[in-house]
Design a protein. Structure first.
Length: 96
């Protein structure tokens, strides 16, 4: 297996983005923080509310997009889609 050298031009041409997740105990400000992020009304919206606990009542006034995975498989698939595959793993391994 060869290790390819990625030129500066190739690296700079790659589409990149910051991905983050906010977790915490009740009352720590997760919802307040969500309201500071860009919603669907923005032309450059990049925020997606990942509703794991049917908790969108608290963000009812936030005009953003939501997904509601209901199974472990859906959660795993979204995580791999958002985070990308692990290049250190073979094609036949999970999350590769």
């Amino acid at each position: 297996m060869s290790l390819p050298i990625i030129t500066a031009d190739q690296r700079m041409a790659e589409t990149r983005g910051i991905k983050g997740a906010i977790f915490g105990k009740s009352g720590e400000g997760k919802t307040s923080l969500l309201f500071t992020l860009m919603s669907s009304t923005s032309a450059t919206s990049t925020t997606l509310f990942f509703d794991l606990e049917a908790g969108d009542l608290a963000v009812e006034g936030w005009n953003g997009d939501t997904i509601r995975p209901r199974t472990w498989t859906e959660c795993r698939d979204y995580a791999v889609f958002i985070g990308g595959p692990n290049p250190a793993l073979r094609n036949d391994q999970a999350y590769s």
